[in-house]
Structure formats: C-alpha cells, structure tokens
Design a protein around this ligand. Structure first.
Ligand code: DAH
Length: 340
C-alpha cells in the first residue's frame, strides 16, 4: 500500500509539474486521484485489510500524499491563472506612442462661404431670407415681372422648360413676386439660390449658377435708399475705400433701372488687369420696382414704392478670390476647394 501511495504521489506530482498541463488536465487529475472513485480514495477504503499497527501509519501517509497533491494543484492553478493574465495583457497592450490616423475634416465650399458672407451683411441691415422654388412657373419667372410672352428679354434668359408653363428659373427675381403676393409691405428680403440658363459652359458661363436677389418695399422708398444700402454692401464686402457707380440700364421689372459698378479694389480705380483697365467692375443689376410688378402682386404703386437688386454669387466670389474660371466651382477638385 505504501508503494501504491508513493506511485500515486509521484505520478500526480509529475503531471502537475509538466508544462503541458492545463486547467482541464488538472481537473481530470483531481478526479482520477482524489475524487470519490479516485485511486487515493480507493487506498483509504482498503485500509480495513491492514493490521491495527499499520493502519495509522498508512493513514497518516495517505493524508500527507493527499495534502501534497492538493497544495501542488492549488499552486499550479494559481500559476496558470497568472500566466493567462500575462498573455491577455500582452495581447491587449496599447502603444500610445504609435502616431495617430489623421481624420480629414472638410469645410464649406467657397460659393457657400461667399453666399453666407453676403447674407450676413444684409441680415445686419435688417433683411430676412426668403426662398423660392427652382422649378418655377413661367408666370413668376417672367410674366409677373413684366416680361410677357415674346418679350425680347426672354432671349437673354433662355432656360430649361419642363412644360410650356413650368421651367427651371432663370433668375432669383421670381421670389420677389412670390413674396409680394404673400406678404404686405413693409418687405425687406434677400433670396439666394440656384438659377439655370441654357448657356454653354465656358470660363464665365454655366448652365447652373447662383444669384442673390434683394427686395425692399415700403412707403416712401427711393433710389437714395437703394444707393445707400448698396454702398454699405460694397464697402463691407470689398473694403472701406470701395465706391459705387450707377449706369443707366434696362430691366423690364424695374424703372428706372441701373447696372451697378464698384471701384476696382485691386488698383483703387486706376485701371489694372482685374478691371481690364476700366477702374470699375460691374457687380449687379438694380432699380426701382416697376409699378406693373407691384400691381401684378396686389400692391398699390400709389401707396408703396420699392427697390430691387440681383447679383451673381459666382461673380462676387470670382472677384473676391481672383478666380479666373467659373468651372472651378463645380469640378470638386480638392486642390482648388481646400484653398478656402
Ligand atoms: N434678374 C436679373 C438678371 O438675372 C438681375 C436683376 C436686375 C435683378 C435688376 C433685380 C433687378 O432685382 O432689380 O439679370
């Protein structure tokens, strides 16, 4: 029996000591030797056959063997848990010195930037923003604005027709008519947005571009108000030294009408490449709202007067940033866009 106990002890301890032994093997070993039907338990059960002198000696030895195996088991379990934790920590380690991945953050398109800039200036003068549809009735785009069918002004604003009566708006001016129909004076709005014309694409033309319309209607509005307001806009947008100039022009929806120039902000008016030697740069069309337009929209021209203006957002952006080709705005070339 002593031999059996010694064998059990050696076998068990050598299995426990083996580096290949894992948790599952340890549990199998515990059952094999120490379990209810285990080998050591069998030895204890068989002690009845021993002589009374031998019994306590073998009993003590069996207890020592059990204690030794148990403590070796516990030690091995602890060691296995520790090395498992080490392995986990090693596999999950985070090297905070590795250079990070740079996220590319986008920004607003130059046209949006310029449009926001312009909106800001007019909002500062008490204007609010009105919007109108890009798919528009011929009525609002032309007729309400004093441009009847067959009027020659339609030629310069040839656009894309959806039906005879519905088109892609060729200007933001139809928003004037929509606002005046919906709202009684005082009116003070700007309306930025996309417009369309069936023009071929070149350095200064695009079938889609952006305009910003302005409209003020109230009692006693004069051309002086228009001039003062545009001067404030020009100075804020292009610099304190900017002067403005009105040239007589014709638009069907304003009377009198003017084209408005600013003094060249590059040369101060002496003449340079930007202003093509003129000293002046055209930036917008404007005028006093035609009485027919007021009447078409249900406003009495005897009681109210107003002014209107319209300008191209691309044109302002091209001047401001010295961009020589309108196509840059629409090509989405990051090398261009990221400069703003
Ligand atoms: N709608 C005109 C165009 O596209 C620009 C314009 C001129 C707008 C005079 C106005 C204005 O409101 O009064 O050419």
């Amino acid at each position: 029996m002593k031999d059996t106990l010694n064998r059990i002890k050696e076998e068990a301890l050598s299995i426990i000591a083996s580096p290949d032994t894992d948790d599952a093997a340890l549990e199998a070993l515990r059952i094999k030797y120490l379990g209810k039907k285990g080998e050591l338990t069998a030895v204890l059960r068989g002690m009845g056959q021993l002589s009374p002198e031998e019994r306590p000696i073998v009993g003590q030895m069996a207890n020592e063997v059990r204690a030794e195996i148990e403590s070796a088991l516990t030690e091995k379990k602890t060691a296995l848990a520790a090395s498992a934790l080490d392995a986990q920590l090693l596999s999950e380690k985070l090297d905070v010195t590795v250079p990070g991945k740079k996220e590319k953050v986008g920004h607003r398109h130059p046209l949006t930037l310029v449009q926001r800039d312009m909106e800001e200036i007019f909002i500062g003068m008490g204007f609010s923003i009105a919007e109108g549809p890009e798919v528009e009735y011929d009525y609002y785009n032309f007729q309400a604005l004093n441009i009847p069918e067959n009027h020659p002004a339609r030629d310069t604003q040839d656009t894309f027709y959806i039906t005879d009566k519905i088109l892609l708006r060729s200007q933001t001016s139809p928003v004037q008519a929509r606002v005046m129909e919906a709202q009684k004076p005082p009116i003070r709005i700007i309306s930025p947005g996309r417009v369309y014309r069936s023009d071929a694409m070149d350095a200064t033309h695009s079938p889609l571009f952006h305009q910003m319309e302005g409209l003020v209607v109230d009692k006693g509005i004069t051309m002086g108000d228009l001039k003062g307001m545009l001067e404030t806009f020009a100075k804020t947008e292009f610099g304190e030294d900017t002067r403005i100039r009105f040239r007589p022009h014709h638009f069907p929806f304003t009377e009198p009408s003017a084209e408005v120039d600013i003094s060249c902000f590059m040369c101060g008016g002496k003449g340079c490449r930007l202003c093509k030697g003129e000293g002046w740069i055209e930036i917008l069309g404007a005028g006093m709202v035609h009485p027919n337009v007021l009447r078409n929209c249900g406003i009495d021209p005897e009681e109210y007067s107003g002014f209107a203006f319209g300008m191209g957002v691309e044109r302002i952006a091209m001047l401001k940033y010295h961009i020589d080709d309108i196509r840059h705005f629409y090509e989405n070339d990051v090398r261009f866009i990221e400069q703003f």
